[in-house]
Ligand binder design. Sequence first.
Ligand SMILES: [Fe+2]
Length: 188
Amino acid sequence: MAFTREQAFQLIQDHLKSDMLVKHSLATEVIMRHLAGKLGHDVDTWGLAGLLHDLDYNETKDDMANHGLITTAVLDALDDPVSEEIKSAIRAHNAENLGLTRTSPIDLAITCAETITGLVAATALVYPDKKLASVKPKSVTKRMKEKHFAQGVNRDHIRLCEQLGFSVDDFAALSIEAMKEISDQLGL
Ligand SMILES: [Fe+2]
């Protein structure tokens, strides 16, 4: 049988102990699906890579040299095969710590997608209603230039969207629209 989205969602619920990480995974998934649609790639493959990318985070948060590698091992142990494209994209989101180079569009996409989730969410939380509905692409790009805002968000990783043909403004717009689709699940 083919590995399904239901199985992937079950896996992240079993492995990720924090609600915030599950939300981060869902946000990454929906942005990846939108990017794949825009760029003409397989929407389900890109979505699964996004959903699963931090699966081993609880085990590796203090051991980033293994972040992505444990996920690969977990996925390899499943009865239903998970495509190599998904597994290598998951490793690529941690390329710096694994000594890898991001080469394919999915590698670039997973990295900029998972990174912008934090900036979009932090931008939403500044508004009185704390809702994505209030967030404009320009507010996200403005916040991006503020060094002290959401300092943990790697701006260089967001700018990888340019290698996929998106300006940061356009990528911010796509990400906000994508995350709005699951605003109930994200609580934003
Ligand atoms: Fe992540």
